[in-house]
Write a protein of this length. Structure first.
Length: 66
């Protein structure tokens, strides 16, 4: 899925699923400040671009070790 075809903000469950981690792991990533979120009303939503950035950082770290 490309950035243009998907929503700008995702629910916690959808965001966790999109990067292949469980909800608890996703909350840890949020608490560490590795993924950005916004609050609209009572809902906490995940900024889609922060997921792309997080995965890119993982890839960079992986390629640095190789």
């Amino acid at each position: 899925m490309t950035r243009q075809q998907s929503p700008l903000l995702l629910s916690l469950n959808d965001a966790a699923r999109s990067i292949g981690v469980c909800r608890a792991t996703f909350y840890n990533l949020l608490n560490q400040g590795l993924i950005k979120s916004v609050k609209i009303g009572t809902r906490r939503l995940i900024v889609q671009d922060s997921l792309f950035d997080y995965v890119e950082r993982l890839q960079d770290a992986s390629s640095d070790r190789a």
